[in-house]
Design a protein around this ligand. Structure first.
Ligand code: 7TS
Length: 407
């Protein structure tokens, strides 16, 4: 269905018509950030032109307009991930801040020797906040390993639980390997030990329907900019029973009920976790982005992107000496690879000269690089606005670069 609509869809993204060194841009860096449709850009512009004022503070008309848009956005995010209540949606700067919020705040409930389980395929934003907590509170980090094909070792996972396990924090989809982890099953295991689970959904929410009630997760984080929304806005879903027990993350305006020098009382959730003026314009534009992708249909998106990923896998696998990292069935819309001993940076730089935008380096997942004993990889990542012609350009580009660089 999406195939025939692709040109209509691409018209909604003016940046896709960019020429790079006289060639048409093939933007294949969508796992890093997605491009923005006109409706999202226009929503931001229109709000600044018509409904801009600080939120939750004013009795005046514009302030109420802006507050309404922010609170409607909260309801929209809640419905998008099927959260039971919008009170369980906290606006953050993105996934990174959401994980930091949980590690800092839930982390204050932990004691020395308590254990947190993460995995070997986490983005740094789901490792470093827990390491900071380890340094502050003496918690113990335990790591689920993955096998070479990119599958988490679930037996090892089950063996990591002890009576000191207090949290599991795992990625839904790996930003390097594309592995879609069986988080629902992993959550069931954690809950059987009475342990809550945080799901890093940065790479799942843009690509397929994510339902927090179906997953039964306790926290879920995602970034607006990866789901066709603006930068600087994202969301944390948290189960209200947990959020209510957790202390505030940051202090300031908006999050207090009363302040005196002796004692300050805090707002109810979610405001307790939203100190300072929020990115209310970003939140509104994020809601518009969610409407936009719902209009296309997440099932259509998932179907189209998985066909595109399969096509790209076939094309790239046929290239001599090309090694793809992560080969799990039903993997997400990313392909990380290396060709022979060509340095990832050389490959990325020369592909750029051909108009092809890919990411190179460790992709903020150095533990995955360590696993495979490589310093970096080249990564192509896809969106519903990409085409088979762009995949062809990528494959032909790689062959051309390989011919230039290989002895
Ligand atoms: N978690 C995962 C799985 C990610 O892929 C990313 C960003 C983050 C968390 C952090 O998101 P942020 O919006 O808070 O920065 N991943 C990438 C990437 O793969 N290339 O650039 C950013």
């Amino acid at each position: 269905m999406l195939n025939t609509q692709c040109s209509i869809i691409r018209e909604q993204f003016p940046i896709l018509a960019t020429e790079v060194y006289g060639r048409p841009l093939a933007y294949l860096d969508n796992a890093a950030t997605t491009q923005k449709p006109r409706c999202v850009v226009e929503a931001e512009r229109d709000q600044y032109y018509t409904a801009n004022a600080n939120v939750h503070r004013g009795v005046h008309y514009l302030s109420q307009q802006a507050t309404d848009l922010l609170e409607q956005a909260r309801v929209r995010v809640a419905s998008f991930i099927n959260a039971p209540s919008e009170q369980e949606i906290i606006f953050t700067r993105g996934t990174t801040e959401a994980v930091n919020l949980v590690a800092s705040s839930y982390g204050q409930l932990l004691k020395e020797g308590d254990e947190v389980i993460i995995s070997e395929m986490e983005h740094h934003s789901n490792i470093v906040p827990w390491q900071l907590l380890r340094d502050r509170r003496g918690i113990v980090l335990k790591v689920i390993p993955f096998c070479d094909d990119g599958i988490l070792d679930l037996n090892a996972y089950k063996a990591l639980f002890t009576d000191r396990t207090r949290m599991v924090s795992i990625t839904h989809v790996s930003n390097v390997l594309g592995t879609v982890n069986p988080v629902q099953e992993m959550i069931r295991v954690a809950h059987s030990h009475g342990v809550p689970v945080l799901v890093d959904a940065a790479q799942s929410v843009p690509h397929f329907r994510v339902d927090v009630q179906q997953l039964d997760c306790d926290f879920l984080a995602f970034s607006g900019h990866k789901v066709y929304g603006p930068t600087g806005i994202g969301a944390l879903y948290g189960r209200s029973a947990l959020l209510e027990q957790m202390p505030p993350y940051q202090g300031g305006g908006e999050m207090i009920s009363t302040v005196s020098f002796d004692r300050t009382t805090f707002e109810d959730i979610p405001y307790k976790f939203e100190a300072g003026t929020p990115n209310y314009v970003g939140a509104h534009a994020l809601a518009v982005a969610l409407d936009y992708i719902d209009e296309i249909g997440l099932d259509n998106i998932a179907d189209y992107e998985s066909r595109l990923t399969r096509y790209a896998t076939e094309r790239l696998s046929a290239i001599p000496d090309l090694r793809i990292f992560g080969n799990t069935p039903g993997k997400g819309a990313v392909i990380s690879f290396l060709v022979g001993d060509i340095h990832h940076l050389d490959m990325g730089t020369l592909l750029d000269r051909l108009g092809i935008a890919v990411r190179t380096g460790h992709h903020c997942a150095q533990l995955i690089m360590t696993h495979y004993g490589v310093e970096g990889m080249v990564r192509a990542s896809f969106s519903f606005y990409n085409t088979e012609a762009e995949i062809d350009a990528l494959a032909e580009g790689i062959i051309r670069v390989a011919k230039m660089l290989q002895k």
